[in-house]
Design a protein around this ligand. Structure first.
Ligand code: FAD
Length: 158
């Protein structure tokens, strides 16, 4: 099923949406399996159409993803409340982005390390990247290949 955004004037162009995604510090991974939705907050890195995050090799999100690789990944900025004193005229200023794609676990050691490097560089640029082999072996790195990205905003200047 495809749904176009109803409020087209609020839509953010894909290149701008990609920037918002890349700069967000927390993203929410949405998965589903067997009619059960599941969402978790994660740190991550975004680079050229791929979202990368690291996690333990067990747990609900990884089990859901392995069973159903179709996922979405959401980030947002809450920018304040708009409106007058009437409750029905209140609203939010915000920017948010949803990326839709397929998740897979990176198997190749070199690619896995590259992805981890992107995550470390994003959150702790000054930290020199190095990782012990046993830690690398215990860590899973997931790559989401983004197939569609949508952005929506409600800004004061609109
Ligand atoms: C800002 C932030 C950044 C994070 N970054 C990372 C990251 O980079 N990598 C990573 O692996 N994890 C990260 N986490 C933790 C992540 O949200 C999950 O808790 C964790 O990955 C375990 O997920 P799981 O499905 O394996 O949980 P499991 O251990 O399998 O637990 C499953 C059950 O625990 C509950 N649960 C699990 N996680 C949460 C949660 N966050 N909040 C409330 N209930 C929960 C749910 O009810 C779920 O049914 C981050 C959390 C926050 C808030």
């Amino acid at each position: 099923m495809t749904h176009e955004m109803r409020r087209k004037e609020k839509s953010i162009p894909p290149d701008e949406a990609e920037l918002i995604l890349a700069n967000a510090l927390v993203g929410r991974l949405g998965t589903s399996w067997n009619d059960e939705p599941y969402i978790v907050p994660l740190n991550f890195a975004y680079d050229r159409g791929k979202v990368y995050f690291h996690c333990a090799n067990r747990g609900k999100k990884i089990e859901f993803m392995l069973r159903n690789p179709a996922v979405c990944f959401e980030v947002d900025d809450f920018l304040g409340i708009k409106g007058s004193e009437k409750p029905c005229s209140l609203g939010a200023y915000y920017r948010s982005v949803i990326a839709f794609g397929n998740a897979n676990i990176i198997k190749e050691a070199e690619k896995k390390e590259e992805a981890l490097k992107k995550i470390v560089n994003k959150y702790a640029k000054s930290v020199k990247f190095s990782i012990d082999q046993d830690v690398l072996d215990r860590t899973e790195v997931v790559e989401i290949t983004v197939e569609k990205i949508t952005g929506k905003q409600s800004l004061k200047i609109q």
